[in-house]
Design a protein around this ligand. Structure first.
Ligand code: APR
Length: 234
């Protein structure tokens, strides 16, 4: 029998227990910084040093962080179901936990790109990206991050994966940011939908959603048990 496909959309919450701050919780990053100062193309035009330092700090924190039980459970599920992770996160904790299919919607902290050409992408050695470091086209290297106001190039592939899902789950996202939050609308109508988050989150879809109101470390294993039970016809 063909294996079923589980598509999991993750957000900052899945990395919270690894010590990486979320954006919109009360101690979140957007309480400390203004989006307009560090995460828009205009911020980069105005004060690139500040933007570089913001992401250098994110990278330093990421180097100290380890995947948690939530990331690991998702990676281990590949043994019995086809798992596609679509993540809004710019950390690489899914990959480090062992997930082999991870699509990043908002870029990746460990990479830099040309300021002109979004397809000229490089791995960053270490944590610091500095002013004066150039891409092959002679432009300043910037973080490979999709900023507010920029297009999301991986949206189409993510929507295509979502259409193929037999099970769809959201883990650790407030579902505030579009177009990522709208992906759930691409699911086929008859499939089970799940949401794992310690806080109540409302999803932009008029369908039954099974809520697992727990942190990722315990909620993801429960989610997978639930899907296993459905697979076994329970
Ligand atoms: N386990 C699971 N979820 C958690 C945990 C945890 N341990 N701790 C917090 N959460 C939940 C919060 O309750 C919240 O619903 O994670 C969610 C985090 O929401 P946001 O901070 O808004 O993060 P996210 O949805 O990923 O943000 C989307 O916004 O700023 C941009 O580009 C950035 O990709 C990001 C996007």
């Amino acid at each position: 029998m063909a294996r079923k496909k589980l598509v999991i959309l993750t957000g900052a919450g899945i990395s919270a227990e690894s010590g990486i701050k979320t954006f919109r919780d009360s101690d979140g990053l957007w309480e400390e910084y203004r989006i307009e100062d560090v995460a828009t193309p205009e911020a980069w035009e105005r004060n690139p040093e500040l933007v570089q330092e913001f992401y250098n700090e994110r990278r330093r924190q990421l180097y100290k962080a380890e995947p948690n039980a939530g990331h690991r459970a998702i990676a281990e599920a590949e043994r019995w179901i086809d798992v596609e992770v679509i993540t809004q996160n710019v950390d690489n904790l899914h990959e480090r936990a062992g997930s082999t299919h991870v699509l990043h919607l908002h870029g990746l902290l460990t990479q830099a790109r040309s300021s002109r050409n979004p397809d000229l992408i490089y791995d960053i050695e270490g944590t610091e990206l500095k002013m004066g470091e150039l891409a092959e086209d002679g432009t300043q290297l910037r973080p490979h991050i999709v900023w507010f106001g920029e297009a999301v190039p991986n949206l189409e592939p993510a929507a295509a994966l979502t259409r193929k899902a037999d099970y769809f789950a959201v883990v650790g996202s407030s579902l505030n940011v579009y177009p990522a939050a709208g992906l759930i609308a691409y699911t086929r109508e008859d499939i089970p939908l799940f949401l794992v988050d310690p806080k109540p989150v409302s999803a932009p879809v008029r369908r039954h959603i099974e809520y697992i109101q727990e942190p990722a470390s315990t909620g993801v294993p429960k989610l997978l048990e639930r899907i296993k039970a459905l697979e076994n016809g329970k």
